[in-house]
Design a protein around this ligand. Sequence first.
Ligand SMILES: Nc1ncnc2c1ncn2[C@@H]1O[C@H](COP(=O)(O)OP(=O)(O)OP(=O)(O)O)[C@@H](O)[C@H]1O
Ligand SMILES: [Mg+2]
Length: 235
Amino acid sequence: MNFKKEGFVNSQARNLAFLQPGNSLISEQYRIIRTNIMFSNVDSDIQSVLFTSEMPGAGKSTTAANVAAAFAQAGKRTVLVDADLRRPTSHYTFGLSNQSGLTTSIVNQLHMEEIIKHTSVENLDLITSGPVPPNPSELLSSIKMTQLLRELKSHYDMIIVDSPPVLAVTDAQILSKHTDGTVIVTDVKNNNVHRLKEAKQLLEKTDSKILGVVLNNVNMKKESKNNYHYYGSDD
Ligand SMILES: Nc1ncnc2c1ncn2[C@@H]1O[C@H](COP(=O)(O)OP(=O)(O)OP(=O)(O)O)[C@@H](O)[C@H]1O
Ligand SMILES: [Mg+2]
């Protein structure tokens, strides 16, 4: 299955493919990503995962939302945090208001409970971005942001964080310091190995544990019927 590239944020309803009836093959790919994340670290549990990409439009938000739904479906209390303060989309995906969210929480020192939104998916909560600020990197590096992520850890089994692309801005690097692991989503039809390597190096500079790479926009082949592939970083 191919997808249309966009140069702007899609404000129309965005489907959560994982939950659509008749999408069992696609749902299975998200379950595989979920399983790989759960088993990616033998020494300690992975409780928070950052989703990023090297370039814009690779499918980060789509993958993050669907993987979050897959964790929730497995009975894990899950929260999806839209920390892409530049091109946020999670409020469209879940059809929720974005008047309050991460940015209002940081700026107004709001409590976690005041910005958590329940979604229609059992076990899945959402923190939308809130209004887009002029200084995203500054907000994401704030003490309040670190405190919020720490607080979420004591309330949820899994925290999935959506972020901007690594090569565009420093936001993903900042966030990767506070998550247990990072997944890079790449659009196989438009990616470039040098950019991918550069993104990996930037993330490694922050001591981020790269859990793996999701290959998005792979043509479904009759024999595999897979649209998503996940390779561990050791491959
Ligand atoms: N596997 C997929 N199948 C179908 N559509 C997809 C898939 N992955 C992404 N898309 C679509 O491609 C567009 C871009 O995806 P998405 O918004 O998830 O990318 P992104 O990496 O978060 O982009 P940005 O860098 O702008 O945050 C969206 O319209 C989304 O619905
Ligand atoms: Mg996005």
